[in-house]
Design a protein around this ligand. Sequence first.
Ligand code: PLP
Length: 486
Amino acid sequence: LDAGEFRRQGRQVVDFIADYYDRIDEYPVRPAVAPGFLARQLPDTAPAWPEPDALASALRDVRELILPGVTHWQSPRHFAHFAATASNVGALGEALAAGLNINPFTWAASPAATELEVVVTDWLGKALHLPEQLLFCGGGGGTLLGTSCEAMLCAIVAARDRKLAEVGGEERMGDLVVYCSDQTHFSFKKAAHVAGIRRANCREIPTCRENGFTLSPAALRAAVRADEAAGRVPLFLCATVGTTPTAAVDPLRELCAAVAGHGVWVHVDAAYAGAACICPEFSHIAAGAEAVDSFSTNPHKWLLANMDCCALWVRSPSALVAALGTDADVILKDASASDVVDYKDWQVALSRRFRALKLWLVLRCHGVEGLRGFVRAHVRMAAAFEGMVRADARFEVPVPARFGLVCFRLRPAADDGTAEATNELNRRLLETVNATGRAYMSCAVVGGMYLLRCAVGNSLTEERHVREAWSVVQQQADAVLALAAA
Ligand code: PLP
């Protein structure tokens, strides 16, 4: 890396990004492009030699070829998925870590990076009102991974090895059973599969509208008992705080009580809504977490930490290390110190990014109060959107808005109000809303109902964007309903 050239090129890139943000609202949120549109415009092979002024010409291509083909996740009109929030310090923290480009796989490989991760995961855990048992200061500890799926995988593998040691070794693999609800993110099943759990041993417990699509402790208890009675070994429960379809919050305390005494590792997937725990008025959503074994949330979703950043806390780091640790490499072993955290033993890969730097910058530059204000603003905007939906008699809100998420739909028509026809009507509504490019929403199907999902959570979203999104929905509803009546 040439420092002088880096300074010059760095300015070009920073200006490019700033210009993008100046104009982001002008782009249609989702591009109207067909598969292959970009590949057709690029050469088949990489240049053999550097192009003259390569960075400038590549940036021109980013502007002219690539930006017209991206979905603008940072658009204030992107309401489709839980956001990947961006901030100045989130982006600059990424740049700083990329610039230093260190690889803190062990304490010795970069002592300050490891220690900063230890400090910052405790900072974040305290800010989220997590129980001390999950933090280093209480005998547990946290790490920063890329995604919730990785966090689940690490937790399942730790639970699996601990359980197998208890019940008689690897020949019991086929008996291990994991539990979730029909609202749990699909990445849980993937993680369980990667960890070697039989697909047939993944119990997906049905939820219903009456209990807000949350996991029923009674149904869980019954499933665990049935498995035990059949000679199987209950291993792992994935509870969710803020499900993807409707942001439902599973009752942690009651679920932990339901599996107490059965040796089940309880993991909490709070990928999105974990951020809300930073506000005292929401911290009750994690009530009962004192009894869980692990908890993960993505600060890149709702805490301004830019992609990627998933914090995983465990009550028993030794279980993680027993499953994922290795001291086979003589080079690493020789250089390591005792009584330190070697984060390579808390994850699947050896190499890792210096994510702590970014999260530490975000916490320092926004402060816990600043982050609370950020979360609350989205919750207020979502409540305003919900109010607008409820004020229009053509629509209904089948599950109350939670956090920044509003799920809504057109009501069944008076003449053809079958579930299928209503779903089709709403499917068409979503399609036409998204085709405008002025708002981008997504859908969920729960309890047989097709719902539109409006997830308010982007850093640049203001009340006016939410109001405009609602008027786009109303205009498109006029058109869709007129067509249906014709
Ligand atoms: N869990 C929940 C509740 C989610 O909403 C998501 C994604 O939105 C995930 C897990 C997957 O997260 P990741 O992409 O970090 O693996």
